[in-house]
Design a protein around this ligand. Sequence first.
Ligand SMILES: Cc1cc2nc3c(=O)[nH]c(=O)nc-3n(C[C@H](O)[C@H](O)[C@H](O)COP(=O)(O)OP(=O)(O)OC[C@H]3O[C@@H](n4cnc5c(N)ncnc54)[C@H](O)[C@@H]3O)c2cc1C
Length: 230
Amino acid sequence: MLKYNLSYWERETFFKDFDVAVIGSGIVGLTAAMHLKILNPALQVAVLERGVLPAGASTRNAGFACFGSMTELLDDMTRMSEDDLLALVEKRWRGLQRLRNLVGDANMDFQMLGGYELFTDDDEDVFQECAARIPDFNKKIGAITGHQETYKVVSDRLPHFGFRGVNHLILNQPEGQVHTGKMMATLLHRAEAQGIQIFNGISLCRLEDSSRGWNSKPKPAGHYAYPGYW
Ligand SMILES: Cc1cc2nc3c(=O)[nH]c(=O)nc-3n(C[C@H](O)[C@H](O)[C@H](O)COP(=O)(O)OP(=O)(O)OC[C@H]3O[C@@H](n4cnc5c(N)ncnc54)[C@H](O)[C@@H]3O)c2cc1C
């Protein structure tokens, strides 16, 4: 929300009639904006972000580059068919590979260290169910990941990690970790390099139809904030 009028120079330089305004500069907003520019480089694209930096989950998550632990997959299967589950896993896997291609492993410290699922005494039945499904999942999910042994019981590593109260470990080998701060910084730089204009400190509160498209309302009526429309 701007608390002052824009100067002639500011209006001339930064504010124009944009073809598309993307709300939010998280991973989804930035990649959507970048994809639009790839599809049509002539499009004038703006990203409007309420925070000084991207202020959502994209810079606040755990940094797991994951596509499905054994218990997560079994839980998914209570709500969907196996075919749908495999299609979902493929989307997650391909999404991760596309992100790696877009950002570059080195730019986000991507490391394929694997993802571990921990099972305590209380989880014995769940662990047995997971362990029994591993050969089947390795065959079907291996066809997606290209890893023959995507899932593996590695309880022998427990002494190395030193977890207390944990009886079993299942490793998902092609999972990993990313530095999400570096990932988002790279995406911001790439988006700007593509000519996408990113505006921070703008919190959209409503959108209105107009004869020329959409008017976005950054603040309640009163103080003049933006010339024209987005
Ligand atoms: C605690 C936590 C841990 C997670 N851990 C992982 C993980 O380890 N691995 C993983 O893959 N995923 C993880 N996720 C999920 C992942 O972070 C999200 O799915 C992803 O970041 C969503 O991206 P997004 O762009 O849709 O949303 P966001 O990153 O939230 O982006 C939305 C943006 O829109 C802005 N915005 C919102 N409203 C407005 C408005 N009115 N006007 C202007 N701007 C606005 C926000 O400030 C924000 O920057 C985790 C999520 C959470 C919450």
